[in-house]
Design a protein around this ligand. Structure first.
Ligand code: MSP
Length: 535
């Protein structure tokens, strides 16, 4: 059996975050996925690719209904309040999404109903009896072997799964066993990184069971079109949010319209805990409805704090809002992208956070620019020194590694290896610092060796520029400040249209000689460790 018709390449780039539950305010895990998605989309926009970045919220289901009841609000009121918390955090974190889909959007219901009908018409939905342990926090039935003692959930260790025995509609997942296996075989990059792919393969090899896609005794959700006593299971509903999000405001809410431009999506970025839904259930649902599957599902790792699992009961939850307010969005973005290998689990430790930011951005990068700008103001009338850029010898310590820097960085952005993307940039910046110490351009000027001094100044300014350009998807504010001090009126947070004329900025040797430079001011303030308990 082949799955070929289900995967096709698309010239546009699109990426989604999960649609976050609104039972509570966003936590650092949601911030982590969203930062990564923002970095990838900024990278594609920088290259002038048409790009769509989708995020949003998952608002139906028992978990939200119960939370709203506990807080004495209606579910809709509750969602409306919590959504604001997400949107304001994304603003604080400098997240530039294109679409924000809420699954309570009335147009979403139309999409879910149409999609459900397609699966129904295809004979993939039937009524059966569901018995099993349900974790409301996961919104998922659990196998007994996956639960802890006394049926506590292994993910939400303070929550007990509840026994359910009820009539539910099922989706015939078992029917897609062969097609899914063919998909994984023929498109080995469909699930990334490899460790996640292997998890999915071994899960699927155990044999796929049909899964329940309706709930009874639940009001907060979309009624099943063929039997309104039932409510559509929140995951079946939420995954389709990725489709509804693609509708332009003036488009009719039909599958045909929603799928017309951006489908198939390129990347579904998720955390490893929701891999099965995205890499098994979701492609099977799409196959059932005759819709091509997403090109790539990337499951990143989990964050811990000081080596420990984060949780409210442990009192060690990191509040992303507090972190950004105390240290800036660039600092938070940089730490999570540079310090943690994307795909693996990673740790947050505040002392390390402060040390890394100070070492990389305040000292190595910021001070380097500052030292050279001061020299340019002292000796070159505040301008980029005049010289023949082509005449800088290939033996120059910064030119040769600068010339192919973009080639060594960009493939890592493509494969979401953010930490590896940063490495060669920072390595070159460290070479830059060594180069300045060795060349000592101030003493070259004093000795009247102005040509040599000009080469040294130019090489460093250009290297810092290139670093700022290549780091801009991760630290857009810092990169903008650097560019402005180098005399450019470019804002990496501005209109993506401007980037098409900057494509050549990925090369070394772009800085114009004689360009007036800005005043030297620290581009990244040193951070002080703040001992406030941020739990
Ligand atoms: N609503 C579903 C997704 C539906 S997508 C159609 C959901 N929402 S969630 O709010 O619980 O998920 C949030 C995301 O945060 C998931 O990708 C999850 O993996 C991630 N994280 C939750 N805790 C995390 C850490 N401690 N570390 C890193 N990411 C973690 O699931």
């Amino acid at each position: 059996m082949t799955s070929d018709s289900t995967v096709s390449q698309h010239p546009l780039f699109s990426i989604t975050t999960p649609l976050y539950y609104v039972n509570d305010l966003p936590h650092i895990g949601s911030a982590y996925t969203t930062i990564a998605a923002d970095v990838v989309s900024r990278y594609h926009r920088l290259l002038g690719h048409p790009t769509l970045f989708v995020t949003g919220t998952d608002e139906h289901g028992q978990k939200i209904q119960r939370t709203a009841e506990e807080k004495g609000r209606s579910p809709q009121e509750h969602c409306d309040m919590v959504v604001q918390g997400f949107q304001s955090l994304w603003k604080l974190l400098n997240i530039r999404y294109d679409r924000f889909i809420r699954t309570t959007d009335p147009r979403h219901e139309a999409i879910v109903r149409e999609f459900f009908q397609r699966c129904w018409d295809n004979g993939d939905i039937y009524l059966g009896q569901q018995q099993g342990w349900y974790c409301v926090a996961c919104e998922e039935y659990k196998e007994e072997r996956d639960l802890l003692d006394k049926h506590y959930c292994a993910i939400h260790t303070n929550r007990q799964a509840e026994w359910r025995d009820e009539s539910n509609y099922f989706f015939r997942l078992s029917r897609y066993q062969d097609r899914l296996e063919a998909l994984y075989q023929e498109h080995p990059d469909f699930i990334q990184p490899v460790i996640r792919r292997n998890e999915v393969l071994s899960f699927v090899q155990q044999g796929l069971k049909d899964f329940s896609i309706s709930r009874v005794n639940l009001d907060w959700g979309i009624p099943l079109p063929t039997d309104p006593q039932h409510t559509i299971y929140v995951w079946f509903d939420a995954l389709l949010g990725y489709v509804t999000a693609l509708l332009d405001t003036d488009q009719e809410a039909t599958l045909e319209q929603a799928l017309s431009t951006w489908w198939p999506l390129h990347t579904n970025l998720i955390g490893k805990d929701i891999l099965r839904f995205h890499a098994v259930y979701w492609p099977a649902m799409l196959m059932s409805a005759g819709v091509p599957v997403t090109q790539r599902v990337f499951g990143h790792g989990f964050l811990t704090k000081d080596g420990q699992k984060m949780g409210k009961s442990l009192g060690n939850v990191i509040d992303p809002v507090d972190l950004v307010k105390r240290y800036s969005s660039d600092a938070v973005r940089y730490y999570f992208m540079k310090e943690i290998e994307f795909g693996r689990d990673g740790d947050f430790n505040e002392t390390r956070f402060v040390n890394i930011l100070n070492a990389d951005l305040a000292n190595d990068l910021g001070n380097l620019l500052n030292r050279i700008l001061k020299l340019a103001h002292k000796y070159c009338d505040g301008k980029v020194p005049i010289l023949k850029v082509e005449a800088i010898a290939p033996s120059n310590a910064l030119k040769t590694p600068g010339l192919d820097l973009a080639d060594r960085v960009m493939p890592h952005y493509e494969s979401l290896a953010f930490s590896q993307a940063c490495e060669p940039i920072l390595a070159l910046i460290r070479i830059g610092n060594k180069y300045v110490d060795e060349q000592a351009p101030w003493s070259l000027y004093k000795q009247g060796k102005t040509d040599e001094a000009a080469i040294a100044l130019y090489s460093v300014l250009e290297t810092v520029r290139l670093a700022a350009y290549l780091l801009s998807p991760i630290v857009p504010t810092l990169s903008t400040r650097i560019y402005q001090q180098l005399g450019y009126a470019i804002n990496f947070d501005g209109d993506p249209e401007q980037f098409t004329s900057l494509i050549h900025h990925r090369e070394w040797g772009v800085l114009e000689v004689g360009q007036p430079l800005g005043q030297p001011e620290p581009v990244f303030q040193r951070l002080e460790l703040q001992t406030t308990d941020i739990g």
